[in-house]
Design a protein around this ligand. Structure first.
Ligand SMILES: N[C@@H](CCC(=O)N[C@@H](CS)C(=O)NCC(=O)O)C(=O)O
Length: 214
């Protein structure tokens, strides 16, 4: 029994779940999945995630896949443990939070995931980074970050003055982006940079970051 995260910390999607568990102060087991050997396409893993991707998650009899769905479960099931990741009160506040959660998965994640694959992960698997692709993805990402800069000039966090799941869900890819030569996408935008400085200084994130093996 207990909480189990299946995956490896090279994956920002896996780190997203680890970050939520650490914010909650919950103990969990990280069960390694050998992606190179194709363990994620074997029947025992497909029983956890039929799409054969990490992360997968177990809380006793509860089995969940998709990092954002896992984090939503953690936020609701463990609402009163550690920091409240869904601190909204009114329907309007909840809707604002949902808008930025959607933005993370629909607007931010597609260009940043392609960017990180091009810049960091391609060289790891013996492929060559294409500079033109890097430039066009940087421009695409920059437009999203311009919207974020405007948002974060009005409030300390994405959904107001309290840290929430919106901030947390963004953190793994921003952290990985900060490891690339294009970290100025963040640092050149003062409010995005101030946000990153604040959220990455959180003790739970420090614990998460220390566990990441690239
Ligand atoms: N939307 C999924 C994405 C999961 C995902 O793309 N996982 C990657 C690692 S970052 C994976 O398992 N790749 C192996 C594959 O697709 O075969 C989530 O957020 O959990």
């Amino acid at each position: 029994m207990g909480l189990k995260v299946y995956g490896v910390t090279l994956s920002p999607n896996v780190v997203r779940v680890i970050a939520a568990l650490n914010e909650k102060g919950l103990d969990f087991e990280l069960v390694p999945v050998d992606l190179r050997a194709g363990a994620h396409k074997q029947p025992d893993f497909l029983a956890l995630n039929p799409f054969g991707q990490v992360p997968a998650f177990e809380d006793g009899a509860v089995k969940i896949f998709e990092s954002r769905a896992i984090n939503r479960y953690i936020a609701v099931q463990y609402k009163h443990t550690g920091v409240d990741l869904l601190p909204s009160k009114t329907p309007a506040e909840l809707a604002a939070l949902e808008s930025w959660l959607e933005s993370e998965s629909q607007n931010f994640n597609p260009p940043v995931a392609k960017f990180l694959f091009e810049v960091l992960f391609k060289p790891m698997i013996g492929m060559t980074t294409d500079p033109a692709t890097v430039e066009s993805l940087s421009a695409e990402l920059g437009k999203v970050l311009d919207v974020y800069e405007a948002c974060l000039s009005k409030s300390k966090y994405f959904a107001g003055d309290e840290f929430s799941l919106v901030d947390l869900n963004h953190m793994p890819c921003v952290s990985t982006l900060m490891m690339t030569p294009k970290l100025d996408l963040v640092t050149a935008r003062p409010h995005v940079k101030a946000w990153w400085d604040a959220v990455s200084a959180r003790p739970a994130w420090q614990k998460t970051a220390a566990a990441i093996k690239m």
